[in-house]
Design a protein around this ligand. Structure first.
Ligand code: 7PM
Length: 284
């Protein structure tokens, strides 16, 4: 990132200020996410949910068409395309929203760019064949995230040689170098430690405790801990009881330099982000 950059360009019509943290609202458009009364019903419900998240303070809507749930069967690209592209078109066209898309498929990256998306969010850091080239050609910012293996095997006893924050940093440095190597400008890169991906509870807790270590990379940090297993295991909470624990992690992440917080719970997270940011700005 060049020093004087004050905002990140996100597609044709959006810039995100680098001077304050932002909230990314999660919009799953996998069939099990909405009443799958056919595609039109899905995208109407998706539009309503996106509108609600924007009202609650989301700066970005993250649209995901492929469940990265451990053990999930990989969805085929055409199915993912059919789910995601219409939703991106409506969110950008009807709501003027800044939309990121959670995808690893190069064809989807190209299609969502045409549809007006403003960011690529690839949990596989452009490692699928063709993804690096598609992301480079898109001109969009790209979030690179630490994950070892695949969602259906990444939680089988993940082990690392070195402390998790060093492992994550080295991995991200490698992905950054791959992107720079194909001409993706540093101003287009974000990094993400990938909480819950190929990590034990101890790994996740230590990674949050040492999150500021990743600041040396010099790239904006995206963090997603919303409703994740680390909260469930640390507090013995079911998925629908993880809001309070998640707000604690959100506050910690922002205090340790996170720029974007990815969450299901936008209104509550927006206040945690805003309050933490107000404190951090004062007396800077
Ligand atoms: C299984 C495992 C199901 C993980 C769903 C998840 C992130 C993301 C997701 C993240 C970025 C979830 C995640 N997590 N993208 N996509 N960072 N950049 O719980 O932490 O949402 S899917």
């Amino acid at each position: 990132m060049s020093k004087e950059t004050t905002s990140m360009s996100c597609g044709e019509r959006h810039r995100l200020s680098l001077g304050r943290p932002h909230v990314m609202g999660i919009l799953n458009v996998t069939p099990d996410s909405f009443s799958d009364g056919g595609r039109h019903a899905v995208s109407d419900a998706a539009l309503r949910r996106a509108e609600e998240m924007l009202r609650e303070g989301a700066d970005i809507i993250d649209v995901g068409g492929e469940s990265t749930r451990p053990g999930a069967t990989p969805v085929d690209v055409q199915q993912e395309m059919d789910r995601v592209v219409p939703v991106v078109e409506r969110l950008t066209g009807e709501l003027g929203a800044l939309v990121s898309v959670d995808t690893s498929a190069p064809e989807v990256m190209t299609a969502i760019t045409v549809a007006g998306a403003g960011m690529i969010n690839d949990v596989r850091s452009l490692r699928r064949p063709g993804a690096l080239e598609a992301a480079a050609a898109s001109g969009l910012p790209v979030c690179l995230m630490h994950m070892v293996g695949e969602p259906d095997n990444m939680q089988n006893d993940p082990r690392y040689e070195r402390p998790i924050e060093e492992e994550v940093a080295t991995f991200l440095e490698q992905q950054i170098a791959r992107c720079r190597g194909v001409g993706i400008d540093g101003d287009r890169l974000l990094v993400d430690p990938g909480f819950g991906f190929a990590k034990t509870l101890a790994h996740n807790l230590r990674l949050m405790n040492r999150l500021e270590y990743l600041q040396y990379l010099g790239y904006p940090l995206l963090v997603g801990t919303s409703r994740k297993g680390m909260i469930g295991r640390a507090l013995s909470r079911e998925v629908d009881e993880r809001l309070y624990g998640g707000l604690a992690l959100t506050t910690l992440a922002v205090s340790k330099g996170a720029w974007i917080i990815r969450t299901h719970d936008v209104a509550a997270s927006a206040d945690a982000v805003g309050m933490t940011s107000a404190v951090l700005k004062e007396g800077k």
